[in-house]
Structures are given as C-alpha cells and as structure tokens.
Write a protein that binds this ligand. Structure first.
Ligand code: RB5
Length: 148
C-alpha cells in the first residue's frame, strides 16, 4: 500500500521506526512529518496528511504526535477523513472493521514501538465489515454536510 505518515517534533524517532517497519512490510511510505526535534505545530502535519489521504495521493495514513490526540483532531477537520486515535491493538482493529478509519493515530509518549507495530498490523491487516457499519460511517460523514 501507499501509506502517508505525519508527525510533530515529539514523534520523530517513533516515525522513523514506523517508516522502517512499514517499508520492511513492503509498503511505500510518503513522509509528511517533520524530521527535526525543533518545536513545531501538530495541526499543520495533521492537515497535510489528511489532505493527502482525502485526495487519494496516499491510500491511508499514520499520524503520530505526543498523545496522538492533537494530530488526529487536526486530520479529522479535513473532509473525508476518519482518523482514529488509539493506544492498543483491539481498538486499531475495530477502527478499521467498524469505523473504516483512513488514518490511524497514536502517541509517541503513550505507546512503545512494539505496541505501535501491533496497532499498525491490526489496522492494516483487517477489513471494513460494511453492512450496518457502513450505515453508521455514512452518518458520520453526513455530519460534514450539516454545517454547509
Ligand atoms: C507537543 O508537546 C504535544 O502537545 C503534541 O505532540 C501532542 O501531544 C498534542 O496533542
């Protein structure tokens, strides 16, 4: 798959390990994150990744900041994005099976690299179940239209 990754200064090392892991698994990775430890603004990177996923430039995305919260909130402001912030593999799997999340987010200050790898495996290797879950995902996406 072609996967985008984005991160702020708090997640540079985690991002590098994640990229290495994804490449090793045969994925093509596009880096939308920062590569320096200089303090920066996670909304910029969440938006960049969100736009790349929403436009189809990449198929899905991995967003990492200190907690995963801020960068996922930013990505979720982009139309078409369903970014799920998780800290364990079960929620990562459900985020795909039930919510069809197109971005997975986690915190470099919350999970270690081994849990992060498990999160990625569960999310990338599971399938959206559709059916009643499609109806609910449609309802989520319809919210985007309510304020227009
Ligand atoms: C940066 O210090 C931190 O606020 C950021 O990485 C993230 O955790 C925000 O949600």
């Amino acid at each position: 798959m072609k996967i985008g990754v984005a991160n702020d200064h708090s997640a540079v090392d985690m991002k590098k390990q994640v990229v290495e892991y994804l490449v090793q698994k045969g994925h093509e990775v596009v880096n939308y994150g920062t590569d320096t430890y200089e303090s920066c603004h996670y909304p910029e990177y969440g938006e960049k990744l969100g736009r790349a996923v929403a436009s189809g430039e990449v198929e899905c995305g991995v967003a990492i900041c200190g907690t995963g919260v801020g960068i996922s909130l930013a990505a979720n402001k982009v139309k078409g994005i369903r970014a799920a912030c998780v800290s364990e593999p079960y929620s990562a799997r459900m985020a795909k099976e039930h919510n069809n999340a197109n971005i997975i987010a986690f915190g470099a200050r919350v999970v270690g690299i081994e849990v992060a790898k498990m999160i990625l495996d569960e999310w990338l290797n599971s399938e959206f179940l559709g059916g009643r879950h499609q109806d609910r995902v449609d309802m989520i996406m319809a919210i985007e239209e309510h304020d227009d």
